[in-house]
Design a binder for this molecule. Structure first.
Ligand code: SF4
Ligand SMILES: [Zn+2]
Length: 377
């Protein structure tokens, strides 16, 4: 380690530092990145809260129903009251913006092969020990790199990048409800579809309003056991099932994802009960995606889901009578094709997230004319 540097070295290092600073500033400006404090703090009043007294509010957006005093930060990390009003701190301030294939959501029965602008902010109202996006979902917005992106900008971006939908995804869109709702309303007016990728832990009234503008939802049904959901995810089964049912009843296209975690929620009886519930309450045409667990975040001690476990889950679901059962996170297995429930031929052939063949014509199987559930145009 040198104890001193020459004048030439000093000038050179200073110049490099200034250049680095300028390029960072330039980049930030080009991307619209702004500091958390400069943009979002207390600018957008939250929806769905009650005033309890002068300095105390209760958020009624999700079943946690946080009671917050001035200066408290919410459980989901992105809401805070000030002078008796509750504010969202992430309005129009996403930390992730990507163009994804719709299959990545996963949504398999709406506009296959199309692209989706996918946005997320920091924060989450759950604490899943296996979270794949914990770097943003379990983080405060002060600690993520955010970009100012208004709802209008999202629509413009959708057009520019030839996307047919906007997906609210990655972290938990419930916690950026106001941003999602305003953007989804605008998207609807511009004939752009809205996709909600969620764990579904929301209260019925805000859910009802959201369902008025959402076209499709992929809802995580992470397990069919209240104890598991409480201990591993920090949610309860009953409100989740209520969300799933209500979303379907309101006319939103619903697909379900179940992450199969070895030893924790892979009991065949539990899976059978879950599939029976889906068939009875949502109908046999509801797509079910069994997803392979991969050790990460707080569950690094468990192995990946054995292929045999996933295959068995798929067989159980098909035996129960579900028509569209898929396996995810297993590129080595061909388990993402859509088959006609009547003639059994391949309707949509997928490799990874790509659609190589689509035999659905006018919402029907090209081979036998059977109507295929979904949104195809
Ligand atoms: S959305 Fe956030 S602030 Fe509101 S009740 Fe749920 S965890 Fe609490
Ligand atoms: Zn057919």
């Amino acid at each position: 380690m040198p104890t001193h540097i020459t004048r030439r070295q000093f000038i050179k290092s200073g110049a490099l530092f200034c250049a680095a600073l300028m390029s960072t500033k330039f980049l930030n400006r080009a991307l619209g990145e702004k500091s958390f404090a400069a943009t979002t703090a207390f600018t957008k009043e939250a929806l769905y809260y009650k005033k309890i007294d002068k300095n105390t509010v209760m958020c009624i957006l999700c079943p946690h129903q946080c009671i917050l005093k001035d200066g408290d930060r919410s459980f989901c990390r992105v809401r805070e009251p000030k002078e008796g009003k509750l504010y969202t701190l992430v309005y129009e301030f996403p930390c992730s913006i990507h163009v994804d294939p719709i299959e990545k959501k996963p949504i398999y029965h709406m506009l296959p092969g199309s692209k989706s602008i996918s946005i997320a902010t920091a924060g989450c109202n759950l604490r899943c020990k296996f979270c794949q996006n914990w770097q943003i979902s379990q983080e405060y917005p002060e600690n993520t790199t955010n970009t100012y992106l208004s709802s209008h900008d999202v629509i413009k971006l959708t057009r520019k990048r030839h996307c047919r939908s906007i997906a609210y995804t990655y972290s938990e869109p419930i916690v950026f409800y106001e941003y999602m709702l305003d953007t989804a309303k605008l998207a609807k007016a511009h004939n752009v579809k809205n996709i909600w990728v969620t764990a579904g832990y929301i209260n019925p009234t805000p859910l009802g309003e959201l369902c008025g503008v959402i076209d499709a939802a992929n809802i995580d049904l992470k397990g069919f056991d209240d104890k598991y959901l409480q201990e591993v995810c920090g949610e309860r089964l009953k409100p989740l099932l209520d969300t799933i049912k209500m979303t379907r009843e309101k006319g939103v296209w619903v697909e379900i994802t179940n992450l199969v975690v070895p030893t924790l929620n892979d009991d065949p009886d539990m899976i059978r009960k879950m599939c029976a519930w889906i068939k009875e309450n949502l109908g046999r045409d509801t797509p079910l995606h069994f997803s392979r667990f991969w050790p990460m975040y707080k569950l690094k001690n468990l192995p990946p889901t054995p292929l045999a476990t996933l295959k068995n889950a798929k067989k159980i679901a098909e035996d129960v009578g579900l028509n569209y059962v898929y396996m995810g996170n297993v590129p080595e297995v061909q388990a993402s094709d859509t088959h006609c429930p009547h003639c059994k031929k391949v309707l949509i052939h997928r490799v990874g997230y790509f659609v190589l063949e689509n035999n659905i014509v006018n919402s029907k199987c090209k081979f036998c004319g059977h109507k295929i559930a979904g949104i195809w145009a």
